[in-house]
Ligand binder design. Sequence first.
Ligand SMILES: [Mg+2]
Length: 371
Amino acid sequence: MKIISIELFAVRLPLIKPFIISYHTYVDMPSIIVKVETDTGLVGYGEGTPDEHVTGETWESTFTILSKTIGPALIGENPFNIENIHTKMNQIIFGATTAKAAIDIACYDLMGKATNQPIYNLLGGRSHDSLEVPKVISILDPEVMANEAKLAMSEGYKSFKLKVGTDKNLDILRIRAVREAVGPSVPIKVDANQGWKTSSESMYVLENVIDCKIDWIEQPTVASDIDGLKEIKQKTNIPVMIDEGLHGNKEMHEIIVKRAVDLINIKLMKCGGLYPATHLVHQAELAGLTCQVGSMVESSIASAAGLHLSLAKKTIQSNELVGPLMFSKDVAKLNYEIPYVHLSDKPGLGIEIDEESLKSMTYDYLKIEAK
Ligand SMILES: [Mg+2]
């Protein structure tokens, strides 16, 4: 099986309502969908959803890197040679993990289709009985967040992820308001998204919400401050999760050596796809760390990829693959039954791409073929 063409679709996925986190407000999600065709007639789909604040890649740069730098070099490659494909991509360009993830996901979709297996069977099989998703709540006024949480409970959600990281006193009120709204036993995870600038600011918030019994605090320091995470971990019993500060093996090595965190948030866009993600999962398992698979608010393509990984690895104990629930239009359909999401056992990603919908959201298109 050889790759004969790679099509790129620069899409903007419309959000039902704006998504507000400490460093940005999104009204829609720019993403790059890739369609990889092989000489056997099989077609695989991948997706790269860039977050310039996290990996330094933009919508435009991801499209350009795929069209000019990575894509042409992969024509003629066998998608099964995923280790070599990553080696080649890493030799061609440093970083650019979102662009690499798009190719990686399409290769796994093709491997699954070629072997007639869902991707999770290529990664370890069904390690979990079911996959549950949390309700993710944007940064808003405390009472608005509390009302959203109550409404979500009535819709069937069993856990929450709160976005905070603006004014520290307001953040305390946000966490308290949601805890009061949902009762004492519903799991609440809190993500500061680097919004607190010093470890003392983080500790101030954490000490004032200790009775709220949050599951963990995610990225309570700026991304580069791994020592700050370690300091917070040593000062509180609230488990600490790294997200923006962890991309690939370099940071993974550092957090393990320093014993800086309790949990890691893996995103395919930060590490370069499923293949490098499995390396992170195995290192985490070795070091006794628990994993989550998060997302950049991706369409059903990259979300499905993350779900296959989540299902296959026992060390991955949570996921936040809720992008498809936030879009008013998508390129495929994933089977959410709140609070669960069910993966199909069809080959590859196990999703049906709606080409019409894909085209209707496409702002830029390019096809790479052998010259
Ligand atoms: Mg996060």
